[in-house]
Write a protein that binds this ligand. Structure first.
Ligand SMILES: NC(=O)c1ccc[n+]([C@@H]2O[C@H](COP(=O)([O-])OP(=O)(O)OC[C@H]3O[C@@H](n4cnc5c(N)ncnc54)[C@H](O)[C@@H]3O)[C@@H](O)[C@H]2O)c1
Length: 339
């Protein structure tokens, strides 16, 4: 299933897009976004896709694509060079994840806040303001919340990662108001199933409890299975970011951040989907061992959203957890053990 079958293009192409930069371009979503961007309508006017990351690009398909240039280094250092020369659009994904930010506030501030500010100031020095899409998160919400988060609900982050995302949204809003960038922030649900090794995100188990059993490996669920979570799949996340990029400023409006549609699901329903798709034996590989820190962070995130604004742009989320598991099996067949 390709993106074209998930959504029609949100708008007619509004930019004479030529050169695009993805920061964090060697990461999970950066690689997925790059692949989808190269296959989207935008590819007809794309001359160069730059993937900048402190980690090397390991995706051999992207590395072999003549339109892709991979640049390795810390973003703040790269910005002192020619990284932004001729750039028309930026997807700013480079970030430290929630667990890292909670464990080390300085590291989180450096990776998330200082890097974003350096990027915005480098954009400010450009002759033409680039369009910039920022990957924010549902972690901007927390504390006392309504049962259903609306587009108008005021974020009240309850962890460092969420606070840093919200501050960056505000910076992007102000730099947009000043005309230094044409910015928009997309608040992503937790994206699952992430391939490869576990990361330090508090939400990482939402991939682990599916990915590891599918590979024939045991997994730990660190939260009460009745916990509700807000999830989407990599393809829907990438498409949401591309749609934000495609939307002209007058259609995007003055509210800079948008909640992306997703799926409200209890962890127990995720485990049921694993059982549906891979059988009893795979499901039995998950054991519950409560981790208080992860439970507090994830339990403090909202899981029911009314995403009217995104839906008005034609965006949707996955219909069922079974579909998310099926997407992972289709995209990473080598990571799934035969039943
Ligand atoms: N995956 C999710 O569930 C999810 C949910 C909500 C928001 N987000 C956001 O989406 C973005 C991408 O997430 P992901 O899951 O792909 O994370 P990831 O960790 O796989 O990718 C992030 C990449 O950024 C790079 N990076 C970090 N600091 C850097 C720096 N100073 N200079 C250059 N590169 C740097 C890392 O090396 C990494 O490859 C992040 O901003 C994240 O906060 C992700």
């Amino acid at each position: 299933m390709g993106y074209a079958s998930l959504y029609p293009s949100v708008s007619s192409v509004t930019l004479n897009v030529m050169k695009i930069l993805i920061t964090g371009g060697a990461g999970f979503l950066g690689v997925g976004l790059a692949g989808e961007f190269l296959n989207s309508e935008q590819n007809q006017i794309l001359t160069e896709l730059v993937l900048a990351d402190i980690a090397p690009l390991r995706d051999s398909v992207l590395a072999a694509d003549k339109r892709v240039r991979s640049v390795t280094g810390d973003l703040r250092g790269l910005l002192k060079g020619d990284l932004l020369n001729g750039v028309d659009g930026i997807f700013h994904l480079a970030a430290a994840v929630s667990g890292e930010c909670e464990a080390d506030i300085d590291a989180g501030m450096r990776a998330n806040l200082d890097t974003t500010r350096a990027l915005l100031d480098a954009c400010r020095a450009l002759a033409k303001p680039p369009r910039l899409v920022f990957s924010s998160s549902l972690a901007v919400y927390g504390g006392e919340m309504p049962d259903v988060i609306a587009d108008t609900t005021l974020p009240m982050p309850q962890n460092s990662y969420g606070a840093q995302k919200f501050i960056c949204e505000q910076l992007i809003a102000d730099y947009t108001r000043k005309g230094y960038v044409d910015g928009r922030s997309v608040r992503l649900p937790t994206v699952t199933v992430r391939p490869g090794k576990p990361n330090k995100a508090a939400s990482g188990f939402m991939s682990g409890i599916i990915r590891e059993p599918l590979a024939g490996v045991d997994a730990v669920c660190p939260v009460d299975p009745q916990t509700g979570v807000w999830v989407t799949s990599p393809r829907y996340a990438a498409r949401g970011l591309i749609a934000a990029f495609e939307t002209p400023p007058e259609k995007w409006g003055s509210r800079i951040a948008m909640n992306l549609p997703g799926l409200s699901v209890r962890v127990s329903e995720m485990l049921a989907a694993l059982k549906n798709c891979a059988g009893e034996k795979a499901a039995a590989r998950v054991r519950v061992e409560i981790d208080d820190t992860i439970s507090r962070i994830v339990g403090g995130w909202p899981w029911r959203f009314d995403t009217a604004r995104a839906r008005a742009l034609g965006l949707t989320g996955p219909a069922a957890m079974d579909d998310i598991v099926a997407e992972y099996r289709a995209d990473y067949p080598q990571a799934v053990q035969a039943r």
